[in-house]
Design a protein around this ligand. Structure first.
Ligand SMILES: C[S@@+](CC[C@H](N)C(=O)[O-])C[C@H]1O[C@@H](n2cnc3c(N)ncnc32)[C@H](O)[C@@H]1O
Length: 284
């Protein structure tokens, strides 16, 4: 259930600005954000504030996507050295074309922290639940860095453990994870997540649980609104039964829109019932 970031970021505008943002996260929506860019920026700024980013910081952004978070943190907090790592080579290429220093590597590669010898902060914005086979080796790599950097992560935890779930609940959780590319080893309750960080050697650990509507509910409402905006605008422009290139384009994008509907339904039904969205800050 990967939603096409082009659809998420697109605005119904005949002449979009050349520098189109390419965010790919679930966003923070209780900030009053209405567009996808605003929601994503709000989540990134929340993480930046949680780890107290400052101009003295050198940032390693792990799972940096197409580089939007690195650009935002460096402009908003004036962080002085900014390096990104991402698994996807195409996303790395986009980030590099924007002038960013980005390497293609998995967060779980033991060499990942060698990419940023000066790092004082390691951030993972809305991505560490994807790290395969699990995010634990990533925690260990951060902890082993000689600079003892602060760690800041936005992530997802289970509301209750597997043993407290019924068969159907566990089945739904597993289906959702399979559709979203989340390894089952990354399904942890807040307590288990805390243990993972402690076992990796972190001692100052703060895990803040956000309200269901802040991320999951807000994202679901946004994707429904976003799709409707396109449908309404096209109807206005083309007429209800039009068969013009733009309408045909919307139809060919149908798979992407279907993902919108699926993900909104998943966030509302499974996401908010089974998962909590958390902001994690830890240091050795
Ligand atoms: C939901 S997107 C978030 C991207 C970006 N942080 C943002 O906020 O726009 C998840 C990102 O994690 C990356 N990713 C997934 N598994 C990874 C891994 N093992 N190592 C590094 N990056 C990974 C994906 O390529 C994707 O860019």
């Amino acid at each position: 259930m990967q939603i096409d970031p082009i659809l998420l970021n697109a605005t119904f505008n005949p002449s979009p600005p050349p520098e189109t943002p390419s965010w790919m996260n679930l966003g923070y929506w209780s900030s009053g954000a209405t567009t996808y860019k605003e929601g994503c920026e709000a989540l990134a700024l929340m993480l930046g504030k949680a780890v107290r980013l400052s101009p003295t910081d050198s940032v390693l952004d792990v799972g940096c996507g197409r580089g939007d978070s690195l650009l935002l943190w460096s402009s908003h907090f004036a962080t002085h050295q900014n390096v990104g790592v991402n698994l996807d080579p195409d996303e790395c290429a986009v980030a590099a074309a924007r002038g960013l220093e980005v390497s293609q590597m998995s967060a779980t590669d033991p060499r990942v922290l060698l990419l940023a010898e000066d790092a004082s902060v390691v951030l993972a914005l809305d991505c560490s639940y994807h790290f395969a086979p699990s995010r634990r080796s990533f925690f260990e790599s951060v902890r082993a860095h000689p600079n003892r950097p602060r760690l800041g992560v936005t992530d997802v935890v289970l509301k209750k453990s597997k043993r407290d779930m019924g068969y159907m609940e566990w089945f739904l959780v597993r289906c959702g994870c399979k559709m979203s590319g989340v390894p089952v080893q990354n399904l942890r309750t807040k307590e288990e997540y805390t243990n993972d960080l402690e076992n990796a050697g972190f001692t100052n650990i703060e895990i803040s649980v956000l309200n269901d509507g802040d991320v999951f509910g807000g994202f679901a409402a946004f994707v429904r609104r976003h799709k409707q905006t396109w449908v309404d605008a096209l109807k206005r422009e083309e007429g209800l039964f039009g068969n013009t290139p733009k309408l045909r384009r919307l139809q060919t994008m149908g798979k992407g829109w279907a993902h919108f509907d699926n993900s909104a339904a998943f966030m509302e039904n499974v996401g908010t019932n089974m998962f909590s969205y958390v902001v994690v800050v830890a240091s050795p």
